[in-house]
Design a protein around this ligand. Structure first.
Ligand SMILES: Cc1ncc(C[n+]2csc(CCOP(=O)(O)OP(=O)(O)O)c2C)c(N)n1
Length: 620
């Protein structure tokens, strides 16, 4: 990490192998970004890791994890109108949380410039959906750069910053999972701390900054004019380029789809011309018109929705361009990442005479499927095991987003409905209405509670909903790689004020709050029973540090780690440890014997209390 940090602030130009996320950080530094904000989420958390790897005292970037994406966008906006080039980054669905703020940005004169880096997730590798955030760009009149590789991510971030500053408007750099995590040798330029520009500080004269009534309409007109100026710039930008193969067939594409297409093109019997778009909003309409007129058939190859296709078809209609435009024709074309085999399949359906469909994968290359699991020692497992004992079969459980979502799977089955971060108290409240028989229990992580969970709590208190909220407090944002949050007592710059969840909830008017360590299963079950009996909104804070993080830290400090547990002679093969507690350290042999996989067991002993015959024992 130290080498990474030093490389990111080296003053000399160089070439280094790096992932797209890291390349973006180098570009931030070279561009003179001052303020960077985020709320964690895949596929972008390595941007934060790279920023935090820079030695303290030498970091030219102020960086914070804000409490959610909306606040992160607001902090970056505030910095920008005070003359500092700023950047906010988050994952795909983070845009939904940021959106109320984000859609206003285009109206503002962003004197410092502001780049919004979005990590979209076609294929929903680590998200609830694969939403195409180019729709938000259209909705908010915001330009979008879309790289295909880490080198392009680096170059496009720099260009996005330059244009954003020059035109004082927000600009999106839209990454996707593949671009974030792809690795290649990136050639970068020089940098010196002295080169950071001074730009106009906040002044009402740069405004207006209050979009109300007729002022808002004037501001919108100015935005639309800026967007047209941006389109003119895009018409001539080398980031939109044509690869000519002398064909009457053409393809318009961008991002990852372009890279996968290049694989297919190698196999094509006749190679089409390709218009590779690096700027996908607003589209360079004159460039596209010329491309359409030069070809008899043009295929639009784009991952996810028909954002480019619809605009190109409407352009062809408006400008009376008579040729064939081929778009998406199957539901499958809207779903999943455009990886090489998928693109080859699409191209072979479009022009069967040019390329054959991909062959079947040989069986040996198929990965065995493995269910996602909580880690050995995870406090969430201990909590689910105990809470399950307090619930009745027909009680309703509501999941939220985080590691604890894994409780929705076998054998715990805790969580029957999930929408998005922080939904659980609201959804649970709705489920509790006209429902006197089935009790409702909602689960939420601590980072999620601060992110978007508190309004649901306030609503439940205010409207007197009867349900129990279990706050799974592990002191970190575990799911996305252990980022700090307001309850962890740290921020990227060191120690920070630690907010007590119990005190926050108390201040919000919650009348029943009990805190229990999740390893104390009997106590937790009692607390749950009391909470479920409470006539109103009740909260149980089920606490235990994230054991993955804790064990990693302990390994650095301790010479010797706790020893794995062992199975004693009392074991009468009821298999509670294997089937109901379901820690992956317990294995059932072919002969029916239970044994402990020692390289998984962290010796936390939370399992010992779950064995009805006390057959799980500590090692000496
Ligand atoms: C709007 C949005 N932002 C970010 C994420 C990425 N993400 C998934 S779970 C999670 C939080 C997990 O932390 P916590 O609530 O503390 O639960 P834990 O994983 O620690 O159990 C985040 C940030 C997301 N899914 N949605």
């Amino acid at each position: 990490m130290k080498r990474l940090g030093n490389m990111l602030i080296s003053r000399e130009p160089a070439s280094e192998i790096m992932i797209g996320n890291t390349a973006v950080v180098r570009a931030m530094i070279e561009s003179g970004v001052r303020v960077v904000t985020s709320y964690p989420g895949s596929p972008t958390p390595e941007i934060a890791q790279a920023i935090m790897s820079i030695p303290s005292g030498q970091n030219p970037l102020y960086f914070e994890f804000s409490v959610n994406e909306k606040v992160a966008t607001e902090v970056a906006f505030g910095a920008s109108i005070n003359g500092h080039l700023s950047c906010v980054f988050f994952k795909s669905v983070g845009m939904n949380v940021a959106s109320d703020t984000f859609v206003q940005l285009n109206l503002m004169e962003l004197t410092g410039g502001m780049v919004i880096v979005i990590g979209d997730d076609p294929g929903a590798n680590s998200s609830q959906n694969e939403q195409d955030n180019r729709h938000y760009a259209l909705l908010s009149y915001t330009p979008v750069f879309e790289p295909s590789t880490p080198q392009e991510a680096y170059a496009m971030f720099k260009e996005a910053s330059r244009v954003s500053k020059e035109m004082r408007m927000p600009v999106i750099l839209r990454l996707t999972t593949h671009v974030c995590h792809a690795k290649e040798k990136v050639a970068f330029g020089s940098w010196s701390p002295e080169q950071t520009e001074k730009r106009p500080l906040f002044s009402m004269e740069n405004g207006p900054y209050i979009p109300i009534t007729s002022v808002s309409l004037r501001m919108k007109k100015r935005t639309l004019e800026k967007l047209e100026r941006f389109r003119d710039y895009s018409e001539d930008s080398p980031l939109n380029r044509i690869i000519r193969n002398g064909s009457k067939r053409g393809i318009i594409t961008s991002g990852t789809a372009y890279l996968s297409l290049m694989d297919s093109v190698l196999e094509m019997r006749e190679k089409p011309d390709i218009l590779k778009l690096g700027i996908v909003n607003p589209l360079p309409l004159n460039l596209i018109e010329d491309f359409l007129r030069e070809h008899s058939e043009v295929k639009i190859l784009e991952e996810l929705d028909q954002v480019i296709e619809q605009q190109v078809k409407s352009l062809a209609f408006d400008r009376r361009i008579g040729m064939k435009i081929l778009g998406k024709d199957l539901i499958d074309d809207f779903v999943g990442e455009y990886l090489p085999d998928k693109v080859r399949g699409i191209m072979s359906r479009t022009w069967p005479e040019l390329i054959d469909p991909p062959g079947e994968l040989p069986p040996s290359t198929e990965m065995p499927s493995r269910p996602a699991q909580m880690c050995p020692g995870c406090g969430h497992r201990s909590a689910f095991f105990a809470i399950k004992e307090a619930l009745r079969d027909r009680d309703i459980t509501v999941a939220d987003i985080g590691c604890h979502t894994l409780g929705a799977f076998e054998p715990y089955n805790m969580g029957q409905v999930l929408l998005c971060m922080g939904h659980c108290s609201g959804t649970g409240s709705g489920l509790s209405l006209f429902n006197n028989e089935r009790r409702v229990v909602a689960f939420i992580g601590d980072s999620t509670l601060f992110h978007a969970g508190l309004p649901g709590v306030i609503n439940a208190v205010y409207n007197g909903h009867r349900l129990t909220l279990v706050v799974m407090e592990n002191g970190t944002t575990a799911m996305t790689g252990h980022q700090d949050h307001p309850g962890s007592g740290r921020n990227p710059r060191g120690s920070a004020k630690k907010l007590s969840i119990a005190k926050v909830l108390e201040a919000l008017g919650v009348e029943f709050i009990q805190e229990v360590d999740t390893y104390q299963q009997t106590k937790l079950k009692e607390a749950m029973n009391a909470a479920l009996d409470f006539d109103g909104f009740s909260v149980v804070i089920a606490k235990h540090p994230c054991m993955l993080k804790f064990t990693k830290e302990q390994r650095r400090k301790l010479k010797e780690m706790p020893k794995p547990v062992r199975i004693g002679p009392k074991c009468d093969r009821r298999y509670v440890c294997v089937s109901r507690f379901a820690c992956p350290s317990f294995q059932r042999g072919e002969d029916g014997r239970v044994w402990v996989q020692e390289d998984l067991c962290i010796g936390d002993r939370s399992c010992m209390q779950t064995c009805p015959v006390n057959a799980i024992n500590p090692s000496e």
